[in-house]
Design a binder for this molecule. Structure first.
Ligand SMILES: C[S@@+](CC[C@H](N)C(=O)[O-])C[C@H]1O[C@@H](n2cnc3c(N)ncnc32)[C@H](O)[C@@H]1O
Length: 313
């Protein structure tokens, strides 16, 4: 799987890839679940964070150690080309001491056997070949080591929002929004019938998108496109056609990468049956005392599955 669409997101500096709340980092029950997990570890333990992205879970591990006046030795891997120290605001300080490794498949970890006391990851295991990933986890973990994953749930608010955003992306595609805007700019500002037609087409499409955004509980993707085009419209007289073309190309590319991330997310989400099958796979890979359940945020907001387990000897 190509991961440029993830890497470009991480270059934007956002800490969390699928926020469970309006804040740009994990809070409340999700953070508490991680703090509890890391609090159970010992001073000096080695932790491996899988599919780390810009490192929000590894950061909670580091913060938990500091709160308990201890130290964890943390490695964090991702298939995408990541560099959280560089791209996260204040990342060099905030994430100091965490070793990030980009270009790493979790199905083939570049670590020797029996190295880690704990393996963790949020919204990662379900994106991967889970049997192979769990086999690798078992290989690199010390006997008795602990594992915690938070995974996408097919009915979670995050997955439902992603599906709504994908429908909005389809509407943008079907209405030819970006193409119509480019045509309008190409025809110039003259008073010709052609220019008038192109102008009407842009405004009619704009109305459709605005109405949909108004009725949506999660209009983020639509708002991004509407705002981007509105801003170009406002600056239209100051920009050459080539400049507008370059901006709309970048908008299309950004939209494509966003849609690809949403498709990954939506395809990864696990139903209850799939979660039960995952528990069996974990058992088959030598994990024991496996506990799985739904993960909520702010009391009632379903944000995923949680899986806790230990590596056998
Ligand atoms: C939804 S993001 C989660 C990032 C981070 N854990 C967070 O909570 O923000 C999923 C990540 O998994 C990574 N990924 C997907 N498949 C992978 C694989 N087979 N091996 C390593 N990383 C993978 C992607 O590059 C992406 O960064």
């Amino acid at each position: 799987m190509d991961t440029d669409h993830w890497a470009s997101y991480y270059r934007s500096g956002a800490l969390v890839s699928c926020p469970t709340n309006p804040e740009p980092y994990y809070t409340m029950e999700v953070r508490e679940a991680w703090v509890r997990f890391f609090t159970g570890l010992m001073d000096g333990d080695r932790i491996l964070d899988l599919g780390t992205g810009n490192g929000p879970v590894a950061l909670i591990a580091k913060e938990t150690a500091a709160e308990n006046s201890c130290y964890f030795d943390i490695d964090a891997v991702d298939r995408a080309d990541i560099d959280p120290h560089r791209y996260v605001p204040r990342g060099a300080h905030l994430l100091e001491g965490i070793r990030f490794h980009g270009g790493v498949d979790v199905e083939a970890l570049p670590f020797q056997a029996r190295q880690f006391n704990a393996v963790c990851g949020q919204y990662i295991l379900e994106y991967t070949a889970m049997d192979e990933t769990l086999s690798e986890c078992a290989r690199v973990m010390k006997p008795g080591g602990s594992c915690q994953f938070i995974l996408h749930h097919a009915n979670s608010i995050i997955v439902r929002n992603a599906r709504e955003s994908l429908r909005q992306a389809e509407l943008i595609e079907e209405t030819g929004t970006i193409r119509k805007f480019v045509e309008y700019c190409q025809r110039g500002t003259g008073e010709t019938a052609d220019a008038e037609l192109a102008r009407k087409a842009v405004y009619a499409t704009g109305k459709i998108l605005q109405a949909r955004a108004k009725s949506s509980a999660n209009p983020l993707l639509l708002r991004f496109v509407i705002d981007s085009i509105s801003s170009l419209l406002a600056r239209r007289s100051q920009l050459s056609y080539d400049e507008i073309s370059a901006h709309t190309d970048e908008l299309s590319n950004e939209l494509q990468r966003w849609v690809q991330r949403l498709k990954d997310l939506s395809a990864a989400a696990l139903s209850e049956d799939q979660m039960n099958a995952l528990v069996n796979t974990a058992e088959a890979n030598g994990f024991f005392a496996i506990v799985s359940g739904e993960q909520y945020q702010a009391g009632t907001k379903l944000v995923g599955w949680r899986l806790i387990m230990f590596r056998g000897s």
